[in-house]
Design a protein around this ligand. Structure first.
Ligand code: NAD
Length: 245
């Protein structure tokens, strides 16, 4: 579904991002993953290689625009075009507002929102030059109703939806589509480590009766990245088993 496409995936070293790297590779894209550190990027590349999937990787500081610009230029020079960007890197927050420092709040906004702006800004000129492009953002089900603690995280994901819908309108005349996927509770390492007493009642609140798997999210990204979604832009696609509260 992605033959001859070149895709950059941020936060591609584990969880949802890593699975998206795999699904894009299985569908014949050339994939460049971004991670936060050299060792985690190399570890992911080595692990993928063992599965027969060749990818390259970088670890630019996503809050340093100049650094991102340089890496994106290098990718453009190497591959000749950049067709897909998946802005997936993200961190969450927890606890009541009294316990959250303004530095912690800023850190969440820096990665979940500002980094998304930075990487998008760096790739858009090449997509415009190419006459097409797809930008996909990882939102969350908390971007719809908020959540009762950890206010920074839902705040950042509401901003993700705003950036998605606004850039979709701004970039539509350039044939660049911008969409988001809003995952529900996904079976990543973070969730796997939660005690049974927390997980079981949580699953009971999900109408489809199970947690989402990373592949459920990667498949949504695959569909939105592919030509099958050619007329879809400005959408926040819930992939959450209807667990929307
Ligand atoms: P994860 O913690 O397994 O992966 C996060 C990724 O982000 C990693 O690849 C990591 O390298 C990268 N990252 C973290 N800090 C970074 C930094 N400072 N600079 C650059 N990269 C950094 O998380 P995940 O569960 O796979 O989450 C991926 C995305 O999905 C996030 O945006 C998250 O908000 C969203 N999400 C996850 C769930 C869930 O249940 N897991 C639900 C809704 C939304």
């Amino acid at each position: 579904m992605l033959e001859k496409k070149v895709a950059i995936i941020t936060g591609g070293t584990r969880g949802i991002g890593l699975e998206t790297v795999k699904v894009f590779k299985e569908n014949k894209a050339s994939v460049i993953l971004f991670g936060s550190r050299e060792e985690t990027v190399n570890k992911a590349i080595d692990m993928l290689k063992k599965e027969g999937l060749e990818v390259t990787g970088y670890y630019p500081d996503l809050n340093n625009y100049k650094e991102i610009e340089k890496v994106v230029e290098e990718i453009q020079n190497q591959y000749g075009h950049i067709d897909i960007l998946v802005n997936n890197a993200g961190i969450s927050s927890k606890g009541p507002i009294e316990n959250i420092t303004s530095e912690e709040f800023k850190k969440i906004m820096d990665l979940n929102v500002n980094a998304m702006f930075n990487v998008s800004k760096a790739v858009i000129p090449y997509m415009k030059e190419n006459g097409s492009g797809v930008i996909l953002n990882t939102s969350s089900m908390v971007s719809i109703y908020g959540q009762p603690s950890g206010v920074g995280y839902p705040t950042s994901k509401f901003a993700v939806n705003g950036m998605t819908k606004s850039l979709a309108r701004e970039l539509a005349p350039f044939n660049i589509r911008v969409n988001a996927v809003a995952p529900g509770v996904i079976n990543t390492d973070m969730v796997k480590n939660l005690p049974k007493e927390v997980i079981e009642p949580l699953i009971k609140t999900i109408p489809l009766g199970r947690m989402g798997e990373v592949r459920d999210i990667a498949n949504a990204f695959l569909f939105l990245a592919s030509n099958m979604a050619d007329y879809i832009t400005g959408v926040v696609l819930s992939v959450d088993g209807a667990a929307r509260s």
